[in-house]
Design a protein around this ligand. Structure first.
Ligand code: NAD
Ligand code: TYD
Length: 356
């Protein structure tokens, strides 16, 4: 690992990953962050490292072939970690098209550029030889597997069965990555992680939205009965898992990443209210999300047994630290929740009917 291309590095997980790599990985000569700075991208997340000589930011679109090609030529990447995506299920229900172009076409654009630069004989369609040490890592999600009933867990062999336009776009991108490995022999990995929480998460997702609303004594909109279950992992544990796959993962393999930490949404909302000393009367049940996946659970046996990775955070410590982080970064929260966020929130929640 010398020259790394990180896409979507101004978002939640990407910015945590850039911090993680610059702190933990000695073998980084140059880390390029390619990000379009959509509503979800925020360079403030990277302010403390913007003068690090190993780091450079490029504003641009992963779907821009010429730009991506130029970046490969200029920086001679040997590693690509692809985070950039439209990532919010609720937005995908309202506006699916951008999820398909960003998440699927964007992935293919990156794969094509990497193939052209890494293949020893780029003009020979039968050749499967690549430069030593190159690797493309696709950051995917457990949501590609669909929903579980009361029991069972997703393994890497669970068939893909996505239910939302977001998860369908991520599953499609995974299939494209798989196809580039099977057809062209490209050195790839796919990681599929459960729900992340931690610093720098945009307050459209459950945990930061509930912290933000509770701090302002606003209603906490819980979809349906609030008994949907997610497996929650601290973002730093996700970053260490991706680092582990980059350094020890077997080429061509998929790795599930999860924290063995299933929680119902309502349990999390109550925990946030208790920690902030706010009343449960703020909880407001609203009409359920269409196609809402009832339960996700990740079997992480492969990455733990084969690569020796394990999460370091307990949920109790992680959520406490996260709530404290948001309380200590009210300026950051206020800046991103003014302006466009207000329109998003009104459109999303003012029309959300109370549960009958
Ligand atoms: P995010 O929405 O916070 O960040 C996405 C970033 O991608 C933003 O900085 C945005 O500006 C950038 N981006 C969007 N479109 C772009 C484009 N066309 N070109 C360049 N940059 C673009 O997302 P996140 O929560 O940090 O998720 C990162 C990745 O991890 C995604 O691929 C997501 O599917 C995956 N993932 C997320 C979770 C989670 O719980 N958040 C869990 C598992 C997997
Ligand atoms: P979210 O953070 O959007 O992640 P995902 O849909 O990718 O799992 O939502 C997590 C859970 O919280 C999901 O079951 C939907 C629920 N939820 C609410 O009940 N209310 C909300 O306002 C939001 C944003 C989410």
């Amino acid at each position: 690992m010398k020259n790394i291309l990180v896409t979507g590095g101004a978002g939640f997980i990407g910015s945590n990953f850039i911090h993680y790599m610059l702190e933990q990985e000695e073998d980084v000569s140059l880390l390029i962050n390619l990000d379009l700075l959509t509503y979800a991208g925020n360079l403030e997340n990277l302010k403390d490292i913007e003068n690090d000589t190993r780091y450079r930011f490029i504003k641009g679109d992963i779907r821009d072939k010429a730009l991506v090609e130029n970046l490969f030529q200029q920086y001679d990447f040997d590693t690509v970690v692809h985070f950039a995506a439209e990532s919010h299920v609720d937005r995908s229900i309202v506006e699916p098209e951008i999820f398909l172009t960003t998440n699927i076409v964007g992935t293919q654009t990156l794969l094509d550029a990497a193939k052209r630069h890494w293949k020893l004989e780029p003009g020979n369609k039968y050749s499967r030889e690549y430069r030593q040490g190159v690797r493309y890592l696709q950051v995917s999600t457990d949501e590609v597997y669909g929903a579980l009933g009361k029991t069972g867990m997703f393994t890497e062999r669970t068939p893909l069965s996505p239910n939302s336009p977001y998860s369908a776009s991520k599953a499609s991108a995974d299939m494209v990555v798989r196809a580039y490995h099977e057809t062209y022999g490209m050195p790839v990995n796919i990681t599929r992680c459960s729900n992340n929480y931690g610093p720098y998460q945009f307050p459209e997702k459950l945990i930061p939205l509930m912290i933000h609303n509770a701090c302002h004594d606003l209603a906490l909109p819980v979809y349906g009965d609030g008994m949907q279950i997610r497996d929650w992992l601290h973002v730093k544990d996700h970053c260490s898992a991706i680092h582990t796959v980059l350094t020890k993962g077997k080429i061509g393999e998929v790795y599930n990443i999860g924290g063995n930490n299933e929680k119902a949404n309502l349990e999390i909302v109550r925990l946030i209210l208790a920690e902030l000393g706010k009343p449960e009367s703020l909880i407001t049940y609203v009409k359920d999300r269409p196609g809402h996946d009832r339960r996700y659970a990740i079997d992480n046996a492969k990455i733990t047994a084969q690569l020796g990775w394990k999460p370091l955070y307990t949920f109790e410590d992680g959520i406490h630290e996260t709530i404290q982080w948001y309380l200590g970064h009210t300026d950051w929260v206020e800046r991103i929740t003014s302006g466009d966020y207000q329109n998003y929130y009104r459109n999303m929640y003012d029309k959300a009917e109370p549960l009958a």
